[in-house]
Design a protein around this ligand. Structure first.
Ligand SMILES: Nc1ncnc2c1ncn2[C@@H]1O[C@H](COP(=O)(O)OP(=O)(O)OP(=O)(O)O)[C@@H](O)[C@H]1O
Ligand SMILES: [Mg+2]
Length: 258
């Protein structure tokens, strides 16, 4: 049985979608069978990073949650399109259509169906990992993802608003008994001592920092148009993603499935 890895931050724009898409791609490049789901139904965008921004999907996560299709129908096998030589990559996008978004917000859906969707797609595609990109803050999709996940990465920047928000997410992770939680500090300007940043955050929150990611001009230039670890595998960013991947492998191969 595969494992669920959720990427969350209390504040918006911390880099969740970019980190999730890169980690999912990297894991697939390492031969893993991967699913990556956009549970940010209010402001979706994960699929844009995979070059699918202009695509009109027949089905999305929204259709599954509104009981119009199976979760498999809302899943895109992107392995060939990405020319992956080793693993597989399956994307479950959320709809970027204004009507779809407003309908699901207005009419809601059965939260249990989302949990069921995680399980079904993991089984149907025999996934090693299902990576979940979330909406910032705490909404029902995020609460469910955190309650269900095997591993949680909490993304933060060196910003006072992020500090306070991160404390809330971490308190929730403790309360919900997430088996493994790690902090990722992203967009750190080069003027900082990265080892000190890691130590200070760990001391403050009592959770391990999985990696400290520099503020990379290249990521800003790419502007969520491509997956940096794939287009430039030798870029320093790949080392950060490798640390996250190894964290998943080491932690989850040893942990007991709930
Ligand atoms: N380490 C980094 N260095 C520079 N820019 C980065 C870095 N990480 C992410 N970015 C940029 O920050 C912007 C926001 O990233 P992204 O969309 O991944 O964040 P998010 O947390 O998913 O946002 P939202 O909360 O709106 O879903 C993007 O333009 C992305 O390229
Ligand atoms: Mg996002």
């Amino acid at each position: 049985m595969g494992k669920i890895v959720t990427v969350h931050s209390f504040r918006g724009g911390t880099g969740k979608s970019n980190l999730t898409a890169n980690l999912a791609t990297y894991a697939a490049m390492k031969g893993r069978n991967i699913g990556v789901m956009d549970t940010d139904i209010q402001s979706p965008g994960l699929h844009v990073l995979f070059g699918l921004g202009g695509e009109r999907f027949k089905y999305t996560l929204n259709d599954y949650l509104r009981k119009k299709c199976t979760i498999e129908k809302a899943t895109i096998d992107h392995t060939k399109a990405m020319r992956l030589k080793a693993g597989n990559l399956h994307i479950i996008p959320a709809s970027l259509n204004a009507d779809d978004i407003s309908t699901i917000i207005r009419e809601g859906y059965e939260v249990a169906d989302l949990r069921q969707g995680f399980k079904q797609i993991m089984q149907a595609k025999q996934l090693d990992y299902l990576f979940i990109d979330t909406h910032p803050g705490l909404d029902q999709e995020t609460l469910l993802s955190i309650a269900t996940t095997d591993l949680l990465f909490v993304i933060m920047r060196l910003d006072q608003q992020d500090f306070l928000g991160t404390a809330i997410t971490l308190a929730l992770a403790r309360k919900l008994g997430v088996p493994s939680t790690y902090i990722v500090c992203n967009k750190v300007p080069g003027i900082y001592d990265f080892d000190k940043v890691k130590k200070d955050i760990e001391q403050e929150y009592g959770f391990e920092v999985a990696t400290v990611v520099p503020l990379f001009t290249r990521l800003i230039e790419l502007g969520s148009r491509q997956i940096l670890v794939q287009v430039s595998p030798s870029h320093l960013f790949a080392q950060n993603i490798d640390q996250l991947f190894k964290r998943c492998e080491v932690t989850l191969n040893n942990s007991v499935k709930r």
